[in-house]
Write a protein that binds this ligand. Structure first.
Ligand code: CTP
Length: 406
């Protein structure tokens, strides 16, 4: 995920009176680490959970709690606070503050800011599960979700401060930061649908052993995040791989090459942009019905060729869709990758060099070539996040050219 969009942004963070306020301390930290300037506005009740000194030390600014606290007396505080910012984040948002915001009640500084907001508002609810499920609360959330500029994050399930277990936990600080970065990102991919695959297939030898490879799926997760942040409708197919956080895409799972082929066939017909990063086994053993027992000094496996999903998908893809593949090569990188681009009818192929000293699998950064039929671009030592951003930009550009609206 590209957090650069948060750099130099003015964020107003509303903190209401819930125990999850302690997690908002970490959120504040993460936002400032990304280069955002954060003004904290708390409700009076929030002071029961986290004190002024903590907010002040971490934001470098005086936190505000009352309607008549004015850092600049020439301005009307709640109006300037609500309108001179790039983003408002309410975390934690209690049932009470959500209800007030839904009804337009503005009886303190925090709720007056909701009422006067012109910037996007991101709300992270946090409350006990009975309060969350209360029909009045659900109705209030629905009202806010339907209000232009308002985005309400789903709370998580798990242990709650009241000792019970259930839905109502505030989203994790990192998830809120991802959502915030997504809201502030430009949306060049709006109106396009994406299918992205990532991970490594498992081909079973017997019920307990399989043949696989080291592809972690990280690149695919970064691509899915970047495409989602750019406004695309994303379906991510995780092949034995699952992202820690899903910011709002459709997530599908597969394990073997055959299953993956079936799911790609089913979904690629709806994709405007198809990116196949998954490392698919080229051969699969005939699976023994029960565990193979140790005995012989050596044994052999018979392997059958699997479907080349990317090549086969040329017949399943929507006309005019953008098709992107990856190539891992030990020798003749450019030549082999270009041959794959042609054989698999791709618009672009990302070529990775693999050697005894370097494998892109599981590594943080990578040196790659972006190869199209008539161009080659080289990117040295770029992070997977940067690679994803660049690839999403190129994919959208190719799509716009194909569809005549660049
Ligand atoms: N791929 C696929 N189905 C396969 C094998 C590969 O869809 N059975 C896709 C990969 O997801 C990747 C591209 O094809 O996007 C190239 O994969 P790679 O392993 O580099 O090439 P192969 O076609 O398998 O050729 P080789 O292993 O001989 O290099």
């Amino acid at each position: 995920m590209n957090f650069d969009v948060l750099k130099d942004k003015n964020v107003l963070m509303i903190v209401s009176g819930g125990i999850a306020a302690y997690k908002s301390v970490l959120l504040l930290r993460e936002l400032t680490n990304c280069g955002a300037s954060v003004q904290v506005v708390g409700t009076e009740n929030s002071l029961n959970f986290v004190g002024k000194a903590t907010w002040e030390a971490l934001s470098g600014r005086q936190p505000l709690f009352g309607t008549f606290e004015t850092p600049d007396s020439s301005k009307i505080t709640h109006i300037t606070l609500a309108q001179d910012v790039d983003l408002i984040i309410a975390a934690p948002a209690t049932a009470n503050i959500i209800a007030k915001a839904a009804c337009g009640i503005a009886d303190d500084l925090a709720t007056s800011i909701f009422a006067a907001a012109t910037a996007p508002v991101l709300i992270a609810p946090a409350m006990n599960s009975a309060m969350y499920r209360n029909p009045a609360n659900l109705k209030n959330i629905e009202t806010l979700q339907g209000r232009p500029g308002f985005h309400v994050m789903a709370p998580a399930s798990g242990a709650l401060a009241c000792g019970s277990d259930g839905i109502g936990r505030m989203a994790e600080p990192h998830e809120i930061t991802v959502e915030a970065a997504g809201l502030l990102s430009p949306k060049p991919a709006r109106g396009t649908s994406w299918l992205v695959t990532g991970g490594a297939t498992r081909e079973y030898i017997d019920p307990v052993r399989f043949i696989s490879n080291g592809s972690s799926g990280r690149t695919a997760f970064e691509i899915a995040d970047a495409a989602h942040a750019a406004g695309g409708e994303v379906t991510l197919l995780g092949v034995n791989a699952e992202p820690a956080f899903n910011p709002g895409y459709t997530f599908l799972k597969s394990s073997t090459a055959a299953e993956t082929a079936g799911i790609v066939k089913e979904n690629v017909r709806n994709a405007d942009i198809f990116i196949m990063t998954a490392a698919i086994a080229d051969y699969s053993p005939v699976k023994a019905p029960s565990k193979i027992k140790k005995g012989e000094a050596s044994i052999s496996l018979t392997l059958d060729k699997t479907t080349d999903i990317l090549a086969a998908s040329a017949d399943w893809t929507k006309p005019g869709a953008v098709r992107i593949g990856f190539a891992a090569e030990t020798d003749d990188l450019e030549k082999n990758a270009l041959a794959k681009l042609k054989r698999k009818k791709l618009d672009l192929i990302v070529a990775n060099r693999v050697s005894d000293d370097f494998s892109p699998f599981g590594s943080e950064s990578n040196s790659v070539l972006f190869i199209t039929e008539n161009s080659t671009e080289e990117f040295k030592n770029i992070t997977k996040c940067k690679l994803a951003q660049l690839l999403v930009e190129r994919a959208v550009a190719i799509y716009r050219v194909k569809h005549g609206n660049d």
